[in-house]
Design a protein around this ligand. Sequence first.
Ligand code: ZN
Ligand code: ZN
Length: 365
Amino acid sequence: VIDPSVHASRLDALAMRLEPDEVAAITPGAGLRYLTGYDALPLERLTCLVVTATDRWLVVPRLEEPAAHASAVGSLGVVILPWDETDDPIDLIAGRIGSPPRLWIDDTMVAAKVLAFRDAFPSSTLALAGTHLDALRAVKSAAECEALREAGRAIDEVHARMGEWLRAGRTEREVGRDIADAILAAGHERVDFVIVASGPNGASPHHEVSDRVIEAGDPVVVDIGGTMPSGYCSDCTRTYAVGTPDDEFLAAYAALQSAQAAAVDAARPGMTGEALDQVARAILTDAGLGDVFIHRTGHGIGLSTHEEPYIVAGNVDPLAAGNAFSIEPGFYVAGRWGARIEDIVLLHDDGAESVNHQTHDLVIL
Ligand code: ZN
Ligand code: ZN
């Protein structure tokens, strides 16, 4: 449980980044939860936290008012302004803020609301609130690191049980259902995704599940994650083999294991996301797998599964102590197979701490 003073200081940190006349409009999602602790429903009716340099209030539909009061936002000194079914909530906001030169809108605000804001504030420049919020969210506090460790332990428990479910003769969907149940049983509040990609399906990094029957000799990529009651997310991939796979696969897997370990070992504050991506990529390229490592090495994680910082070519921002991100190189050979190893790491001054501890060796079931 995060102390209300933490949310208050996050609101202050956002407000301090705004120019005196500027306004930030934050709608339900990870940003609102980060700032206030309020895990609001993303409804068609507008819920919006309005932050200025000196002021903060929350516009909520009347029927959501009890939920807002019951959440952490109720103890933050944020004024809750309910609107009635026939009111226009954006008019209500405009009546209070006039026309700011710049309106920072939530990165995940849906298009219908963005356009309504644009129409209601024709002389304001709309910009992404993530410009400010992402930088704050990317550096985790000690309590957030602990929440991510807890999420890591929970998803590790699920991987540890894979031998109960994953075997030849079952479909990916059947295995996926068992995994989803186990994600909840391990303490997650919500299952975010379950990828069980067997044999040739492993070549599609975001394959979910299908009715394919798993066969003896198949490598199987299992990438799973959920959201804990704290709001923090887990995300962990292991590659299994149902029976002994091909030698060619085993050789490629050995290179993948080296690439993942080398990137974890190399990660330091001050290094760019691009440079860290290159550590894993160079090893896979040397092994002849550069062309089939078709995605970035990793992504930040916290209250959302994908957030800053991204471990990718072109990201020349330095990583910082407190960043939390995945290191998840993979290889994907169309028509044949794929593999990925993914841990979430917390970056400290002296290097990266993995929150996932299941073996990186290919587990043969
Ligand atoms: Zn990931
Ligand atoms: Zn993943």
